[in-house]
Every structure is written in structure tokens, then in C-alpha cells.
Design a protein around this ligand. Structure first.
Ligand SMILES: [Zn+2]
Length: 305
């Protein structure tokens, strides 16, 4: 018997709503809506319309949907209330989103942090299949972190995903969390630009777009200034990864998110095979995500596995 759930991935500009086959990990149908950041009513209308369409598809196959899982960019409490989105979706803060979806659509609803559901998606359906301790780092506009042990998210503490805020330097980089020298502020896309600005990139190359993607592309063409930016970026990321290995002892680390794509040719340089060498049986592997954009939908739906 087919097992279906709806997974919703609320992104910075687009919200993806997918009908997921929980057994195979296939996204059987998907709707994409612009992420409405101002009007809560409109946001709920947009995702509500997509949920109704996907329910219709499942009904036409005679299959019941297990529930609706949502990955929220922020803190989520276990009672289905969104605590904070750092002001990104203000209307959603202190809002009983899970109850609302449940009442409106007659389906159980579970929420979790977006980076944590991405990790669940990777562990169940992506590179993490066949691994027991999977740590997933999402390098995008921030640094998302999620840890999955034996196919289950590690705890459901609402603040458990704050591990991106490791202090790794003493420089004066101020993070939105209030600290200085946070890993997140240095290895997100904004971190690449911060390093680039400090190394004089914009004045050297005013004709190039000031984006992480452009800098990684230039590095591949042999541009030495881009190489210097990427080298400093990787030094921070490697320090973070070394710390995570010591903290989590993952057997697999998956790097995902837009910035990770730029690391394709340098992955081996981020990997310290000597870590935890005191433990003879310990081995960790570092890979890039292959699910990319689907990881969030799959992981949100997998809250109902
Ligand atoms: Zn921070």
C-alpha cells in the first residue's frame, strides 16, 4: 500500500509543496508558490490551494495522505507553534501554524526547523542512505545544521539547530545572533562576500556580479584573487567541520545548499581524515548533496514516516 505525505519547504523566495511517496522517496507532484512574507492570510491561501490540489491527486489514486510536514526557517516548538523566524515571516511568529493547517485541511500537521528536515531528507532518501550518523550542513543564506541518528532526527529541542553559531574566529565579524566570529556568518553566501569585500574584490572586478557563485566560477578559471577568497572561506569551513566531527562523530557529512555547489572541486581539502584517529574504527566521509532542492520537501514529508 502506497504511503503518501505532503512536504512543504518554505524558502527565501519560493515555497515548494510536494506530494511525496514515503516508501520510494519520489516527489510525485509539486507546486511552487512565491513566499509571501507580509500577508499571513495570503501565505496560507497559497499553500492551502496547493494542499487541496495534492489531496485531489491522492484521492484520485484512492490513497490517503498521512499528513502535512512543514520545514520552517526558524525556531519551532513541538506543539506546532512557530516561535521565531528572525523577522523573516513576522506573521508566523507565535502562530499555531500546525493547528491551523490541521483544522483547514483535516490532515495532521507537523513542523520542524528547515535545516533539520533537509537533514532528514538526506538521511532517508539521499546520500545518507546506508549511514547511521548523518550530519547535514546547508550552506546558503545561512548555515543550516541537522543531525540524524538511525534514521531519526536527533531530539526535538526547538533550539537544537543553533549549532551553526560556533565561534571560530576572534575577528570582528558580527553575526545576527549577537556574537562575533560565528561560523555561520563566515560560511554562508554572505560570508563569501564578506571575505571578498575585505580582500578588495568589488573594486578589482566592478564588472562582475558580487555573488558567491561568480567568485567560485572565477576561481575555477584560475583567477588568483577569487582563489584567495575561496581559500580563506574554506579555512573557516574546514575549522567548522573539524569541530562538528569532534562534537557529533558523524559517519557521513553531507554539504548542501547553493554555496556547496562551488566546493565540488575542493571537497577533499575540507576533509581531515586524521580526526578522531585515536578511535581505530572511526571513519567519516564528506560528500555533496545529490537531492539539492528536493531535500526539504522529502524531509518535511518524512516527519510522517
Ligand atoms: Zn551567530
Amino acid at each position: 500500500m502506497k504511503s503518501l505525505a505532503i512536504g512543504i519547504d518554505i524558502g527565501g523566495t519560493r515555497t515548494k509543496i510536494g506530494l511525496v511517496n514515503l516508501t520510494t522517496g519520489q516527489v510525485e507532484a509539486m507546486r511552487v508558490a512565491p513566499t509571501e512574507t507580509e500577508d499571513g492570510g495570503r501565505f496560507l491561501d497559497e499553500i492551502g490551494q496547493a494542499i487541496r490540489q495534492l489531496k485531489g491527486i491522492a484521492a484520485s489514486e484512492g490513497v490517503t495522505i498521512n499528513g502535512v510536514g512543514i520545514g520552517v526557517p526558524g525556531f519551532v516548538f513541538t506543539n506546532g507553534v512557530v516561535d521565531s523566524t528572525y523577522g523573516f515571516l513576522k506573521f508566523m511568529e507565535d502562530y499555531p501554524l500546525a493547528d491551523f493547517i490541521q483544522q483547514q485541511h483535516g490532515l495532521p500537521c507537523l513542523l520542524d526547523n528547515d535545516a533539520r528536515v533537509v537533514a532528514l531528507g538526506e538521511a532517508l532518501y539521499g546520500q545518507g542512505r546506508g549511514h547511521n550518523r548523518v550530519l547535514v550542513l546547508t550552506l546558503g543564506t545561512g548555515l543550516g545544521i541537522g543531525f540524524v541518528v538511525n534514521k531519526k532526527l536527533d531530539g526535538r529541542l526547538p533550539y537544537g539547530h543553533m549549532g551553526g553559531h560556533l565561534t571560530i574566529t576572534t575577528n570582528d565579524t558580527v553575526c545576527y545572533c549577537g556574537k562575533t566570529g560565528c561560523l555561520e556568518s563566515l560560511v554562508s553566501s554572505g560570508g563569501v562576500l564578506l571575505i571578498a569585500d575585505r580582500l578588495g574584490w568589488p573594486s578589482r572586478y566592478p564588472e562582475l556580479p558580487r555573488t558567491a557563485e561568480a567568485i567560485f566560477t572565477q576561481k575555477q578559471t584560475g583567477n588568483p584573487n577569487a582563489g584567495a577568497v575561496v581559500a580563506e572561506y574554506m579555512q573557516y569551513l574546514k575549522t567548522g567541520i573539524d569541530n562538528y566531527v569532534n562534537l557529533y562523530a558523524p559517519d557521513l557529512i553531507v554539504l548542501g545548499g547553493g554555496v556547496a555547489k562551488g566546493l565540488r572541486h575542493d571537497l577533499d581539502k575540507l576533509h581531515n581524515t586524521h580526526l578522531l584517529h585515536a578511535y581505530k574504527a572511526y571513519k567519516t566521509t564528506l560528500v555533496l548533496s545529490e537531492l539539492e532542492e528536493q531535500a526539504g520537501i522529502l524531509g518535511s514529508a518524512a516527519l510522517f514516516r
